[in-house]
Design a protein around this ligand. Structure first.
Ligand code: CA
Ligand code: CA
Length: 308
């Protein structure tokens, strides 16, 4: 197994970055990650007054995958997400997304994380549900800040990017240049404040290569769903993209006819807001995989008209 330490830190997904490591497809790689503050807020005395925002939201990498070329897809199987012993949560203040204006000031807490729980005021324990906030390849053109989600992935803040899931990311430059970070011990859907429970950790993935899939956006599967993930300047734009991407996947890649694809999406598809706090919003459209399986099994059978 290859390990990439958090000293290999980036703050933009860039085609110009020097790879931290190069591996063949099928290799298992462990990424050590900082929290989204790059550790600056861990000391008890730390405040935003001394916080260097230029270090915000770092990712570890990038990883060069041998043989990866534009038009390919990296298949990233997330084997393990381990989080550190302390998470940081803040709420309120002007940087707090939709919560901004609800609270009179900023509150920042360092929360112990152990035994599978986040401990809030000793008595209140919230089950840990680790997720990866930032995971992306490099775009082909200008570098994209690790604060921003786009078609290469990046700061998607999708709760389904977690242990056991498989994430498919497009390759835009040779090697793909995969980087990840910004773990959350837990985060509610939509990231309505400034953050989740921000935490350092280690992520173990297996990286495989799929040639010439020509799918230039992120796709995910887990035990219950297939999901397209889309970004946009507004939720409306991101939502329409997520729906169109899933339709494209079902019709072009799964071979469902347009009637079946449309009706499946209406009956067993959910549009879910991933986050509304980043410079671009992210949305996912997820389809129940058991029901999709029934549609795929029956796709060659003619539809019998009539009510039953
Ligand atoms: Ca994030
Ligand atoms: Ca975060």
């Amino acid at each position: 197994m290859i390990r990439i330490s958090k000293e290999h830190v980036i703050h933009a997904h860039s085609p110009l970055d020097t790879p931290a490591a190069a591996v063949d497809p099928g290799t298992v790689v462990e990424f050590e990650t900082y929290d989204c503050f790059q550790g600056q807020m861990l000391p008890e005395e730390a405040t935003y007054a001394t916080y260097d925002r230029s270090l915000a939201n770092p990712a570890t990498g990038p990883l060069y995958v041998n043989g990866a070329e534009p038009g390919d897809t990296l298949k990233i199987t997330i084997r393990k997400v381990e989080v550190g012993p302390v998470g940081i949560l803040d709420a309120g203040g002007t940087r707090s997304g939709a919560l901004s204006g609800c609270l009179s000031r900023n509150y920042l807490r360092r929360l112990p994380v152990h035994d599978g729980y986040i401990w809030y005021r000793d008595q209140i324990r919230i089950p840990v549900r680790p997720m990866i906030g930032v995971i992306g390849t490099a775009p082909a053109g200008e570098p994209v800040s690790t604060v921003v989600p786009m078609d290469h992935g990046g700061n998607m803040d999708c709760t389904k990017i977690a242990e056991g899931a498989i994430l498919y990311l497009p390759v835009f430059v040779p090697g793909g240049l995969l980087a990840l970070g910004d773990l959350h011990a837990v985060m509610g859907e939509g990231e309505i404040g400034n953050c989740g429970v921000e935490i350092s950790g280690n992520v173990t993935v297996q990286v495989d290569l799929q040639k010439q899939t020509c799918r230039p956006w992120p796709l995910l599967e887990d035990g219950t769903h297939w999901a397209s993930i889309a970004y946009g300047e507004t939720l409306d734009i991101a939502s329409e993209k997520a729906v169109r991407q899933m339709y494209e996947y079902l019709h072009r890649e799964c071979g469902l006819g347009e009637e079946d694809a449309g009706m499946l999406m209406e009956m067993a598809g959910d549009l879910i807001t991933c986050q509304i706090v980043n410079p671009c919003k992210t949305v996912r459209f997820q389809v129940d995989r058991e029901i999709l399986g029934m549609f795929l099994a029956g796709k060659k059978q003619p539809y019998k008209q009539g009510l039953r």
